[in-house]
Design a protein around this ligand. Structure first.
Ligand code: FMN
Length: 187
């Protein structure tokens, strides 16, 4: 797939098969993030990989899923992510202003995973205090955002926006994600 095709095909997935994502693949995604654009090239991001079923289970309740879907958006047991990449802010490398670096690195991970047929969900609603304690982080490392990963067990597609930004699941269990049209966004 071309980069354009990957961008168009990528949709957030919140249900996964229980086939593990190998550590090798996760390392590849972190390597892609490692070379992402960085303001002043300060590279203030670090990563923690969560792969064991035990640590995945501990992390899960510290995350919030699909605000517009209520409980239907939260993956049930047997459909939960099999891995997570926790993005950390190294305050020793840069004290504040890491949000753009975070976004660039996150997108690199999402697209590389997409290329490998792995589904992802970018998670910003994170109980950072609890996650920090779980990972036993030093004072200088702060939890930014998290990516949930797994082989997809949910289909999702872009649909034209009809007045609302709220995504929904239809009777065929398809996740429909409204996107603004080109006409609307071209100013
Ligand atoms: C900054 C940011 C934070 C997000 N946080 C969450 C989250 O906490 N939980 C969740 O289920 N999805 C989260 N998402 C995923 C969005 O809901 C999703 O990207 C959006 O609905 C559009 O769907 P798409 O990714 O398929 O285009 C987040 C996405 C971004 C960019």
């Amino acid at each position: 797939m071309t980069a354009y095709e990957l961008c168009k095909a990528r949709r957030t997935v919140r249900r996964f098969t229980q086939t593990p994502v190998t550590r090798e693949l996760l390392l590849k995604y972190v390597d892609a993030a490692r070379v992402a654009p960085s303001g002043a090239n300060l590279q203030p991001l670090k990563y923690h990989l969560v792969t064991s079923p035990e640590e995945c289970a501990q992390l899960f309740p510290m995350l919030a899923w699909a605000g517009y879907l209520k409980s239907a958006g939260t993956p049930e047991e047997g459909a939960r992510p099999t891995a997570y990449i926790v993005m950390l802010h190294d305050t020793e490398a840069r004290e504040t202003g890491v949000e753009y670096d975070c976004g660039a690195a996150m997108m690199s991970i999402l697209l590389c995973a997409q290329e490998d047929g792995i589904g992802t969900c970018w998670l910003g609603s994170v109980d950072r205090e609890r996650v920090g304690k779980l990972l036993n982080l030093p004072e200088t490392l702060r939890v930014l955002h998290i990516i949930a990963l797994g082989y997809p067990a949910q289909e999702a597609r872009e649909v034209p926006m009809d007045g609302s930004v709220r995504y929904w699941i239809d009777e065929d269990q398809m996740l429909n994600v409204p996107k603004r049209s080109m006409e609307e966004i071209l100013y």
